[in-house]
Design a protein around this ligand. Structure first.
Ligand SMILES: *Cc1c(COP(=O)(O)O)cnc(C)c1O
Length: 338
């Protein structure tokens, strides 16, 4: 039995998701004729209380479109140093939008309003214009950490009174909503644009949606076309997203509970040097130096797949194809390592 904890992107569509996809009513979306895509965009916009949505092939594309629409060439955006838009999008902010990035070092990926206040550039020709603040929730490299909505509110108020855009990389926003019981409508109020992945914990095979105002989405559609992301009968994919929203949101709490048991077991393992707080479906831990090769060998032998951050740090991500049988086997292996 393979225990694949590399990412929550590795899930395979269930039979009922595939049935929903196969029976989708589709058309050419570039010609605005795919009503399944429109249904998905509307449904997600409504959950967050935003005006409109735009279906895209990936979360990288929804983030990159948002950056392009928020900024002009030469501007600067501010984000946390571990954020996806800086580390994992191929340097797209520079190559797609011609902007620079100011990195702040946060608390497990989270920024505070005071940090942001201190880092906005003054209006002086020496400095790039600060245009956009981008937050990530949950923070992937922060170990799936969640923001307090009170901090987001303060950051949003600051952005709005200082003419700064505010974007959310919400690849795993539903994990945060389920873990903290926050209200998605608050996110729609506090952010100008939100990127949401359907292909992570929600279990769809492909797709992300950008949410924003009608005007912002109108502009985003042209950018999506220029990035090569205008798709035709992609309603088959959107149908998987609709299925995921209807069936796979509340079950995220199961992924969180399984992550919690892994976290608690690791906490008692002598090979663990340190471990990030565990709030959602991500567990990040550092292995003690003299245990590294042994632990990784045991993982390999038992077909435990993981992501590696550097030479001694491992990330496990729980997801809908990681069930209780697999959890039991994993915990047994972890406890057996001495
Ligand atoms: C996965 C992810 C994205 C988008 O990734 P794609 O693979 O391009 O869909 C964006 N932000 C975060 C935090 C992610 O984890």
């Amino acid at each position: 039995m393979k225990l694949d904890l590399r990412s929550d992107t590795i899930t395979i569509p269930s039979n009922s998701m595939l049935e929903r996809m196969m029976s989708a009513n589709v058309g050419d979306d570039v010609w605005e004729e795919d009503f399944t895509i429109k249904e998905l965009e509307k449904k997600l916009a409504k959950i967050f209380g935003m005006e409109a949505g735009l279906f895209c092939p990936s979360g990288t594309m929804t983030n990159q479109i948002a950056i392009r629409v928020h900024t002009s060439i030469g501007d600067q955006i501010i984000c946390e140093s571990s954020s996806h838009i800086y580390n994992y999008e191929g340097g797209g902010a520079a190559s797609n939008s011609g902007v620079s990035i100011k990195l702040l070092s946060g608390d497990f990926g989270r920024l505070t309003v005071d940090q942001i206040k201190d880092s906005v550039n003054p209006d002086d020709p020496h400095f790039p214009k600060t245009k956009l603040i981008s937050l990530e929730n949950t923070c992937n490299k922060g170990g799936g950490s969640c923001y307090d909505i009170s901090e987001i509110k303060k950051i949003s108020n600051f952005c709005r009174s200082n003419n700064l855009g505010i974007h959310l990389d919400g690849a795993r926003i539903f994990n945060a909503l389920i873990a903290t019981k926050q209200n998605p409508l608050d996110y729609g109020k506090f952010f100008d644009s939100i990127s949401i992945c359907l292909s992570k914990g929600l279990g769809a095979p492909v797709g992300s949606v950008l949410l924003a105002s009608e005007k912002f989405i109108y502009d985003s559609k042209r950018v999506r076309k220029s990035f090569g992301g205008g798709m035709r009968q992609a309603g088959y994919l959107a149908a998987a997203g609709i299925y995921a929203l209807d069936n796979n949101i509340t079950r995220l709490s199961e992924d969180h509970a399984r992550a919690r048991s892994i976290f608690e077991t690791l906490n008692n393992c002598s090979f663990v040097d340190s471990i990030y707080p565990c709030e959602t479906n991500i567990i990040i831990f550092k292995i003690r130096e003299n245990y590294i090769s042994n632990v990784l060998n045991v993982f390999d032998k038992n077909m435990i797949l993981y992501s590696k951050f550097g030479k001694d740090t491992v990330r496990f991500v729980t997801h809908l194809d990681f069930d209780d049988d697999k959890l039991e086997k994993l915990l047994k292996v972890l406890k057996s390592i001495t």
